[in-house]
Write a protein that binds this ligand. Sequence first.
Ligand code: TXA
Ligand code: MG
Length: 310
Amino acid sequence: MNNNLANIKKSISILNKDECVAIPTETVYGLAANAYSNKAVKKIYTLKKRPINNPSIIHYSSLKQLKKDCELNKNFFILYKKFCPGPITFVLKLKKENHISKIATNNKKTVAIRFPKNRITQKLLKTLNYPLAAPSANISTKISPVLASDVREEFGNKIKFVLNGGRSKIGLESTIISLVNKPKILRLGGIEKSKISKVLNKNIKYERTNKKISVPGQSKLHYSPGIPIKLNAKKSKIYEAFILIKKRKKSYKNYYYLSKNKNLKQAAKNLYKILRDIKKKKYKAIVVEKIPNIGFGEAINDRLKRASNK
Ligand code: TXA
Ligand code: MG
């Protein structure tokens, strides 16, 4: 049996016992448990130290399974056809007779769902007869993990198993779009706002504040590397890590490049990895060069702003 298959089998047996397994996705690693089991979902919240009023994303592998739990609408089908599986999360109305744990949804009438693209996780989901609740596999407010080793760094031996699926290809969380009423983006992420607007043929807005639901950013210290971050910096001191969007002719040890040549998709992929690398060094602060606020740049700036909150 090859390694992946054996690891998937191991994951299944742990998940079937209502325990958590960290799973790879194309965005970031998730801390997963049986979405139909209160007992299992509770463990995610305890391990992550996640406030119970912050609902989780439910990960599916088939429309057939999703239909049992959610009301699907026209906008959903248009976006599903174009982007799934992929880094997009939909907020949908729950069916009355749904099976999802009320802890995972914080008792709401809506639920956030997505179809992850990582092959190993897709295989795992296909074999299970329940979907997986999975918030990002980091301690609440900390940097999201993009490698199996990042997850171990966050939780040590507190979690039973990390299913290794290599480095996350996107490296930034999924875009969250609510389709409950008029489509609106609740979190910027792995699919650009302009792409979604184009497919739906209207200008979809990003709504920063949503008082009822805590999406990342309501939380002041989200994505925190634990040291101060200053944005739009032109230069750095030697005791500061300097994050730059493109390579400079003259480089120093404290320079960290998000991309070679201002490629914003590449930069999004490298952001959490670089923040985590910097965190391991002894810098007193992080300063960040101005990043263009377009396309993936918008999502990067959004994460950096949240990380820079004290
Ligand atoms: O890329 C991703 O989405 C990753 C991978 C693991 O799938 N997951 C992720 O989960 O980022 P998490 O928990 O870190 O972020 C999920 C966000 C939460 O901030 C939560 O507030 C929001 O989704 N959310 C969940 N249910 C919601 C709902 N019914 N309405 C609005 N927002 C919701
Ligand atoms: Mg998260």
